[in-house]
Design a protein around this ligand. Structure first.
Ligand code: GLC
Length: 609
């Protein structure tokens, strides 16, 4: 049950009925064109403020990495202010209904330069701290509103079962109970912070066969409910205002056309009273004729359609389907009532225009306070998998060699959905924060960085260094481009890049790190063979088969995708804080067995049990 239908105190009932009165009064004034406009969500690169007014557009989004101007908060505020002003210019043809702008602020408002970038969800799952997740939600909401934005497409409530899935890092855990324990907290943090949340992707996105992104989840209904639907219950009970449909299928039926899952289960049985959003071009594959595809999605219960470029076709196609009686007017009215209900209930109508809001002045954006929360999250996310000879904690006075492709690379630390959709490498695009090396340098004066153009000659042997910290891992990726599977294009046309042979290539064919990045094990072995104890830190979006790297390391730490505050790693490597992280999903070994079970994680020597 959720805020619109759950049992609630009288005062809330009064509020809800006031909301309903306003919604119905507005709906009664709207033309069919104005209603269909509210259901339409183009991408910012394909719609102007003037077109928002002319076509009565209800929402605009930024796809990953689609950033205005110099990608500073002020540029975002200016862009949103223009869209908002256009949407509120009432005249004979247009009703003043505020635009709802949506972004993927899934680990902080990480599209925007200078944002605090929190660890991706898999690291938060390792931290096992729902209160921390709520605090991250509040901090994220402040940084989203600093950009004049009112809606984020988060949280992802996927229950990732197969690390071959390119979106594993967006999942908190393979355990639906842990995901459910976070779901209500992140929704509360975001929405009490003044930003509309979006529980996604409905439903079963993390359970596809072989971990193929946008693939097919083949399970019976009992399993679907127990694993994939369960985490949505606390999210809806906390009042999540929007839900995004998955681009995957359930037993061969596309979720975007699944009337039973959307109208009967989510809206009927679970009482969801907000609105349901399609995913990126999720309508296109439903039928050869775009109008018919639109009708299939809307009749299945989708209320707003994310149609980045073909929004004019969508409007015309849906209108024709309504006029033919294929889509009942009652379904249109229900969809628009839901959209208006979210806009009224979230306070959007009472908000000043973005440029005149207190929160839009950038205060709090990338603040020390937020970065401290992010650094705490990094500390708590780290999982210690091996610590032979108690090489950890390192002594702050030790001579430490630091090397590896992710040692001094804030972009790699952040992973996908950071500044660019597919993420970035290097440090220049991540303004603020610390690399793992910068964190180590700050506490260990005897540390030197080696490789990647940094100083320090080739190390000769153990007489020179007490230990080495080798930071290895994956390059950033997002969605299907992170899949591990046989090569072949990711489903063309439904991702942000144009379809084309080879343009959308999966990350690799194996989870074995030594095959994906052979240079990593060479570096670790090279140092170990010189008698230098190696602490290997793995920066990755998922567990990987790392038997060879672990065997050559004295200590091995899973750091996931820690985000902008890499100094949190040094906090634990040098013993200022203990390891508390536990695996959020099983860790694979060679031969497909589970090397370490979910919940596994060591602590530093001498820690109380
Ligand atoms: C993407 C993702 C979804 C994201 C949306 C907007 O394809 O599936 O999670 O929110 O498009 O960027």
């Amino acid at each position: 049950m959720n805020r619109f239908t759950s049992a609630r105190p009288a005062s809330a009932t009064v509020v809800a009925s006031n909301v309903e009165r306003r919604v119905l009064a507005l709906l009664a004034r709207m033309t069919l064109d104005q209603k269909i406009g509210q259901m339409t969500q183009p991408e910012r690169l394909h719609v102007t403020p003037a077109q928002v007014k002319r076509h009565h557009i209800g929402s605009v989004l930024s796809g990953g990495g689609s950033c205005p101007g110099d990608n500073r908060p002020a540029d975002w505020v200016a862009m949103n202010d223009a869209y908002w002003a256009a949407s509120m210019e009432e005249d004979a043809d247009h009703l003043a209904i505020p635009i709802l702008y949506g972004v993927d602020a899934i680990h902080g408002n990480a599209n925007v330069r200078g944002a605090t970038v929190f660890p991706h969800n898999i690291g938060l799952g390792a931290a096992r701290d729902p209160g921390l997740v709520e605090r991250i939600g509040r901090a994220t909401a402040r940084e989203v509103r600093a950009a004049g934005v009112d809606w984020t497409f988060a949280p992802t409530l996927a229950v990732a079962g197969d690390p071959r899935w390119g979106r594993t890092y967006e999942s908190y855990s393979e355990d639906p109970r842990l995901v459910g324990g976070y779901a209500g907290r992140i929704v509360r943090g975001l929405q009490e912070g003044g930003v509309v949340a979006c529980a996604k992707h409905w439903v079963g996105d993390g359970g596809t066969r072989g971990g193929v992104d946008q693939g097919d989840t083949v399970v019976d209904e009992a399993e679907l409910r127990r694993v994939h639907i369960a985490p949505y219950v606390p999210a809806l009970e906390t009042g999540a205002l929007t839900v995004m449909v998955s681009l995957s299928s359930w037993n061969g039926e596309q979720c975007h056309a699944h009337r039973y899952l959307i109208r009967d289960v989510l809206k009927g049985e679970m009482g969801f009273g907000g609105f349901v959003l399609s995913d990126w071009n999720g309508v296109d594959p439903l039928a050869d004729d775009f109008g018919e595809a639109a009708a299939a999605a809307v009749n299945a219960g989708i209320d707003m359609v994310m149609v980045p470029e073909r929004w004019r076709e969508f409007i015309a196609g849906l209108r024709a389907q309504v006029e033919r009686g294929v889509v009942p007017v009652g379904r249109i009215d229900d969809a628009v009532a839901r959209i208006l209900r979210v806009k009224v209930a979230s306070g959007l109508f009472e908000r000043a225009r973005p440029a005149e809001r207190r929160g839009s002045n950038g205060v709090g954006f990338g603040s020390h306070e937020h970065r401290a929360v992010a650094r705490e999250a990094v500390r708590k996310s780290l999982v210690l998998l091996r610590n032979e000879g108690a090489v950890l904690p390192l002594d702050k006075g030790a001579r430490v060699l630091v090397t590896g492709p992710a040692a001094h690379d804030r972009g790699r630390q952040c992973g996908g959905f950071t500044v660019e959709w597919q993420g970035v490498t290097g440090n220049e695009a991540i303004v603020g924060g610390t690399s793992i090396w910068e964190g180590i340098r700050a506490v260990a004066p005897g540390a030197v960085l080696w490789g990647g153009g940094a100083r320090a000659a080739e190390p000769s042997d153990a007489r020179e260094f007490d230990a080495a910290v080798v930071v290895i891992g994956e390059r950033p990726y997002a969605e299907g481009m992170g899949d591990i599977r046989e090569l072949g294009p990711v489903r063309p046309g439904t991702n942000h890049l144009p379809a084309g042979p080879g343009v959308l290539r999966p990350y690799g064919r194996t989870l074995e790190l030594a095959s994906l990045h052979p240079e990593a094990v060479r570096t670790v072995r090279g140092l170990a063979e010189r008698g230098i104890p190696v602490v290997t830190v793995l920066v990755s979006g998922r567990p990987l088969v790392a038997d060879a790297e672990m065997a050559a390391s004295s200590a091995f730490v899973a750091a996931w995708l820690p985000g902008s505050e890499g100094a949190g790693v040094a906090d634990v490597l040098f013993g200022d804080h203990d390891f508390v992280g536990r695996l959020p999903m099983g860790w694979p070994g060679g031969g497909d067995d589970v090397l370490f079970p979910r919940g596994y994680g060591l602590q530093l020597p001498g820690s109380e049990v």
